[in-house]
Design a binder for this molecule. Structure first.
Ligand code: MLT
Ligand code: MN
Ligand code: ZN
Length: 310
């Protein structure tokens, strides 16, 4: 299986357009060794020809332009992107659907509550009916159903399993305060021919026993790297919300709760990669102490254009 990181930043990307924090300003002025990052999305393929998009970032146009794998090949109008799977209904993960409107009808895989959000609070799918339209493939994670396997047409050698995970629905969603099963999913993707297993979860609020079990079965973890610590936004004067308020498990743990670093140390994946990095996270600075800590632990930081083969 081939994995292409199209965007490795959290909502707003890096540097964020309106942000003058030390990291954003430092990157803009060339004073930091830190790469710019577009908003999070990856593409997955079994053969390098056809691709499934996991989340559709508002930066999708730029992302497709800079990845030849996703350019049109045959005839006058064409795309190797055959399907889109949504992990949640967050603006940074869905608004790129609008950027696909010039193409064919979109084969869209999502849970019932994501379809609900995208036809009510943020009615992108209603709007798209006037353009390319979407073909709905319901991933039945809802109510008491906490996981569901599904197949994507044309990707017979990949097995997808969606898992309900702790997280936050978008701010515009009626479920923002009380999570509903299916608001946030992680994906386990197995290559039935090559044997590789990817665990993908760009927004993950907590790792309990169940999540740890799923993560432990993967060869590659590509998981929530939004915040280094719980009160990062407050400390930097960038916002009032904590990592938990926003539905993200920080890398650094506390005596009361294991952080993503502890979680990753408890798994035996050969690749451990953080993605969806917020512009406030010191790991963006390649010469930071926090980045050294990751190096020591064998944890990688995803970057735009990163390719992983499993
Ligand atoms: C989040 O995951 O919390 C988002 O990046 C927020 C946003 O899109 O603004
Ligand atoms: Mn996000
Ligand atoms: Zn910033």
């Amino acid at each position: 299986m081939k994995i292409l990181v199209l965007g490795s930043g959290a909502g707003g990307g890096f540097p964020q357009w309106n942000c003058n924090c030390t990291l954003c300003a430092g990157q803009r002025q060339g004073q930091l060794s830190a790469h710019a990052r577009t908003q999070s999305s990856i593409a997955v393929s079994a053969d390098g020809q056809s691709w499934v998009l996991l989340n559709a970032s508002p930066d999708i146009g730029q992302q497709i332009r800079s990845h030849p794998q996703l350019h049109p090949r045959h005839g006058l109008r064409d795309t190797p992107i055959k399907a889109v799977v949504l992990m949640d209904a967050q603006i940074d993960h869905v608004s790129g659907l609008l950027g696909l409107r010039e193409g064919p009808c979109i084969d869209l895989y999502a849970t019932p509550c994501v379809f609900e959000d995208l036809t009510t609070g943020l009615p992108l799918l209603n709007v798209l009916e006037h353009y390319c339209g979407t073909r709905w493939h319901i991933v039945p994670v809802a109510g008491h159903r906490l996981s569901a396997g599904f197949e994507i047409e044309g990707f017979a050698s990949l097995r997808f399993t969606a898992l309900a995970i702790p997280g936050k629905a978008p701010q515009y969603s009626p479920h923002r305060r009380e999570q509903v099963v299916g608001d946030n999913i992680a994906l386990l993707i197995e290559d039935l021919e090559q044997g590789g297993r990817l665990f993908y979860s760009p927004g993950l609020a907590d790792v309990g026993e169940q999540e740890l079990r799923w993560m432990s079965g993967a060869d590659c973890l590509l998981v929530d790297g939004t915040f280094w610590e719980e009160e990062e936004m407050q400390r930097a004067g960038l916002g009032a919300q904590t990592a938990s308020d926003m539905g993200h498990l920080p890398q650094l743990g506390t005596p009361a709760r294991a952080g993503m670093l502890d979680v990753m140390a408890a798994t035996s994946a050969t690749r451990k990669v953080l993605i969806h990095i917020n512009n406030s996270n010191p790991i963006l600075d390649e010469s930071s102490a926090q980045r050294r800590e990751l190096d020591l632990r064998g944890i990688e930081v995803a970057y735009d254009g990163m390719e992983i083969t499993l």
